[in-house]
Design a protein around this ligand. Structure first.
Ligand code: ADP
Length: 397
C-alpha cells in the first residue's frame, strides 16, 4: 500500500498543487514549493517511521525559510492540501482504503504542521525582540536628543542673562544715590542668581546624562566637606528658624573625591531638608561607617552620611521616583522662585544631580521616610553612602 500511495501522490502531484493553491491564493508558498513538499510526502510514506520526522524537519528548515509570514502561510496551505488529498482519495478509492492511506499520511502531515508552527512562533518571537531592540534604540536616541536640547537651551539662556545683568549693573552705578531704587535692583539680582542656579542645574543634569560629568579626584575629608557646606547655608536656615545640626562624625572620613561636586550634592540634600521642613524644625547630619566587610588595600569600607529632617516626609511610593529627572515637574503649582520657601518645589533636578554626583563617585544615595504627612511631619532621612578610598581610585587617575 505504501508503494501504491507513493505512486499515487507522484501522479497526482500537479493537480493537487494547482487545486490547493487555487483554494489558498496569495500565499508565500508557490507551486514549486508545494511540489517539493509532495515529493517529500511521497518519499516519507515508504520511509521508516523514525526517518519521517527527520525528513520533515530538514524540509522545514530549508523550505520554510526565515519569514514568519511564510511559515504561517504554510500552515494554511498544509490544511487545504490535506483536504484536497482526502477529497481525491475518496473519489478514487473505497472508504476503507482511503482511511488506511490517510493514516499513513497523517503523521507526516502533522509533523509538517508542528514544524511550521514552531518556526512561525520562533520567528515571530525573534521579530518581536528585534522590534523591541529597535524601539529601545529609538528611545535612547530620543532621550539623547532631549538631553542635548536641554544643554544647548541652557547655554543659550546664559547669553541674554549676562546682557540683562550687565545693564542692571550699569543702572546700579547710575542710581547709586537712589537707595529706594536700589532695593528693586537687589530684587533683580536675586532673580538673576536663581536663574543662574537653574541654568547650572540644567547643564549639570545634561552632562550627567551624557556621561560627560568630570570628577576631579583629590584627597578630601568628608566631615570637613559637610561642615563647609553647612556653613555656606547657615543664613538660609537662620531665615527660616530651622536648626542645622552637624554631629561630630567620630569615624574616619578621609577619602578621595571631588570636593566641589560633593559639596554641591550635599547642598541639594541639605537645602531640601530645609525646604520640606516647617519653620522651627531641625535638620541633623550624622555619619556611620558601613560595609566594612568590603574593605581592601584600596578602600576602607563606606561612610554613610545621614541627613535627617523633621519635615513633611515622603510617601513610600515616591521614595525612588524623587530621584528621577523632573520627577516633580508635573506639579507646577508647587513651584516657587524661592529656594528656601517651605514646600517651594523647584524644577525637580536637585536629587537627580545629587544622585549623579554620588554614583559617579562609586557611592549610593537613597531616602527613608515613615510617609508623607504635613500635619504630623514624620520627617525623612537621606543616606549618602560614599567609598572611603585609601588611595586614589584607578578611574580617578
Ligand atoms: P525640587 O526642585 O522639586 O526640590 P528635588 O530633586 O530636589 O527637586 O526633589 C524632588 C522631590 O523630592 C521634591 O519635589 C520633594 O517632593 C521631594 N523631597 C526631596 N527632599 C525632601 C525632603 N527632605 N522631605 C520631603 N520631600 C522631599
Amino acid at each position: 500500500m505504501a508503494e501504491g500511495l507513493n505512486l499515487w501522490l507522484r501522479q497526482n502531484a500537479a493537480v493537487l498543487c494547482s487545486a490547493t493553491l487555487r483554494r489558498a491564493p496569495n500565499m508565500l508558498v508557490d507551486e514549486d514549493d508545494l511540489f517539493e513538499f509532495l515529493a517529500l510526502l511521497a518519499d516519507s510514506v515508504t520511509a521508516l517511521p523514525e526517518m519521517q520526522l527527520a525528513n520533515v524537519q530538514s524540509w522545514a528548515l530549508t523550505s520554510i525559510g526565515h519569514d514568519a509570514r511564510g511559515a504561517y502561510d504554510w500552515l494554511v496551505v498544509l490544511r487545504v492540501l490535506k483536504q484536497e488529498i482526502i477529497a481525491r482519495l475518496e473519489r478514487q478509492f473505497p472508504p476503507q482504503e482511503t482511511l488506511r492511506a490517510m493514516r499513513q499520511l497523517d503523521d507526516i502531515l502533522t509533523y509538517a504542521v508542528i514544524e511550521a508552527s514552531q518556526l512561525a512562533t520562533d520567528m515571530q518571537r525573534a521579530d518581536l525582540i528585534e522590534h523591541m531592540v529597535q524601539l529601545r534604540r529609538q528611545e535612547d536616541r530620543l532621550e539623547e536628543t532631549k538631553t542635548k536640547f536641554i544643554a544647548v537651551a541652557a547655554h543659550e539662556l546664559k547669553t541674554p542673562l549676562t546682557i540683562i545683568e550687565g545693564y542692571a549693573n550699569i543702572l546700579r552705578a547710575e542710581l547709586k544715590n537712589e537707595p529706594r531704587l536700589n532695593v528693586y535692583l537687589d530684587g533683580f539680582n536675586n532673580g538673576f542668581r536663581r536663574m543662574r542656579e537653574v541654568i547650572g542645574d540644567l547643564i549639570d543634569v545634561s552632562l550627567l546624562d551624557l556621561k560627560s560629568f568630570e570628577i576631579k579626584y583629590r584627597e578630601i575629608n568628608l566631615e570637613r566637606a559637610v561642615l563647609l557646606t553647612a556653613d555656606s547655608l547657615k543664613r538660609y536656615f537662620a531665615e527660616r528658624q530651622v536648626d542645622l545640626v552637624i554631629l561630630p562624625f567620630g569615624v574616619p572620613s578621609s577619602t578621595y573625591g571631588d570636593e566641589e561636586k560633593l559639596k554641591k550634592a550635599l547642598t541639594k540634600v541639605l537645602m531640601n531638608g530645609l525646604k520640606y521642613t516647617p519653620d522651627g524644625g531641625r535638620v541633623t547630619v550624622t555619619a556611620v561607617t558601613t560595609r566594612q566587610d568590603e574593605s581592601s588595600d584600596e578602600m576602607g569600607g563606606f561612610l554613610d552620611i545621614q541627613v535627617t529632617d523633621t519635615g513633611i516626609g515622603i510617601a513610600a511610593t515616591d521614595l525612588e521616583l524623587i530621584f528621577n529627572k523632573f520627577g516633580t515637574a508635573a506639579d507646577a503649582s508647587l513651584h516657587s522662585s524661592s529656594k528656601t520657601k517651605f514646600k517651594g518645589g523647584g524644577p525637580g533636578l536637585g536629587l537627580p544631580i545629587a544622585r549623579g554626583i554620588i554614583e559617579a563617585h562609586g557611592g549610593r544615595i537613597w531616602a527613608q521616610s515613615a510617609g508623607y504627612d504635613e500635619e504630623t511631619c514624620p520627617g525623612s532621612t537621606f543616606h549618602i553612602e560614599l567609598p572611603l578610598w585609601l588611595k586614589e581610585p584607578m578611574w580617578g587617575m
